[in-house]
Design a protein around this ligand. Sequence first.
Ligand code: ATP
Ligand code: MG
Ligand code: MG
Ligand code: MG
Length: 581
Amino acid sequence: MITRLSHLFLRTLRDDPADAEVPSHKLLVRAGYVRRIAPGVYSWLPLGLRTLRKVEDVVRAEMNAIGAQEISLPALLPREPYEATNRWTEYGDALFRLKDRKGQDYLLGPTHEELFALTVKGEYNSYKDLPVTLYQIQTKYRDEGRPRAGILRGREFVMKDSYSFDLDEDGLKKSYNAHREAYQKIFDRLGVKYVIVAATSGAMGGSASEEFLADSPVGEDTYVICRESGYAANVEAVVTAAPPEIAIEGQADAVVHDTPDTPTIATLVDWANTANVLGREATAADTLKNILVKLVYPDGKTELLGIGIPGDREVDEKRLEASVEPAEVALLDETDFKANPFLVKGYIGPKALQANGVRYLVDPRVVSGTSWITGADEPGKHYVGLVAGRDFTPDGTIEAAEVRDGDPSPDGRGVLEAARGIEIGHIFQLGQKYTDAFEVDVLGENGKPVRLTMGSYGVGVSRMVAVLAEQMHDEKGLRWPREVAPFDVHVVIANKDEGARAGAEQVAAELDSHGFEVLLDDRTASPGVKFKDAELLGMPYIVVVGRGWAEGKIELRDRFVGTAEELPADTAVTTVAARIR
Ligand code: ATP
Ligand code: MG
Ligand code: MG
Ligand code: MG
């Protein structure tokens, strides 16, 4: 079928949307692929929807290829199953909760482990039925604290989520590996550049887990990779053999306030805002959060206050200001700290603070920073300290802190390099967390019940559209690999001349008959406008039928290679067809 631009529901925009910071967001809006409805909530217009569907198709094909079966569960879900696993509470503010007219609690599904476990329990009861893997490609809802970059981090987004059910560990490992390979095929087919890194399982629970991170400077995940050994891990999951020496970067002496009274929260916040306790300028790479205040009263009594700053791992000056909101402050006794081994080393990490009853307002994923108070205990003075830098828990895990290039790899076989990525997939060996909660058992071969073991596996389908745009765009606009381009070829009528118009129609019709999806720019706009739009919209091939037509020539532009090639019109379509295939 030929789609005509004169009829396509599309308006391209000349200017970047005001709220867009990253290229994919700017371009997807300018090219009329998506439109914003609310923060993190977007409409898909025809071109965007075609690409989204194509990403889905690739994911679906590879899921089917490993024997996973597609089903569809509701997004509107009752509270009870999530209550049973405690996720109604644990999910926190990210869960969209609502009530029906009878006052019953509902939620909009952020991920569906509970429901899949219940679904399998409802249908299967014999070991003969296993293993089974089910999946869906469905809209998910998460009230993200910071919806970002258009569809990259939405509050409504499309995910492929699959769930495997096995009789034993070995089975789970097989299902996990099958998914791992399927994900590699999916991402290879899509042409995305990515790495697989060790991950923590976070809100899902369970043991082994890996993330697929697309290379991108705008990514919110930081990972480390050792080129020598291939070791790669999300910084949240780097496990070192032994807690290394603590290197505290940029530690300034604590800022001293000469106020004998107990400060109010507002005062503390003010101190936190104005004290450059970093000792240097904050950069976007900083992961600083925690402020520690040591109050030394005129009578010599001391108290320590921990202040958490709600925030994210990116800190810029604006955020530094904006992120310090009235925080929950808990008083602790210094002896508690003394009892803690961390203090002996002269620093206090967030875990230690938490263990001592300091509550943080930080996103638990990104808790980081090492708080440290320096300076003498002079009566009547208060000390405010804060450090950005690495933070190690006693078991040697780096808490989402910045790892700097050149650190030794935990496997001892080289050095680590730090890079940023966007999470495009995540695979988990969950084990029995959910099957225990719902007693998902089948009758085993020996007549005894067997508790199933479960894996869960997600791909960010809508996010992938943004990731591809992010990785593949150039300064002129979007560029899509053929697998997901809304159309294979974009034919531009670049001359008012009737002959050229008829020629373009003919070329388009022939390409169509070769099985290509053709977008034909048959508008009356000027050639300049049409070329600009063709570049912005991003089809991988552009065929220009214009002035040359009278001399039997057309032009083939390759959006990726950047070449423009003149072809004889009579054999053009076969040449184009051969080139594109
Ligand atoms: P992130 O770390 O980016 O917040 P996540 O770890 O919370 O993602 P998972 O629960 O592992 O996400 O969900 C599986 C996949 O769904 C992720 O790998 C990601 O590709 C996608 N995804 C998660 N949250 C969003 C979102 N808000 N918008 C778009 N895609 C998302
Ligand atoms: Mg998340
Ligand atoms: Mg994640
Ligand atoms: Mg994840």
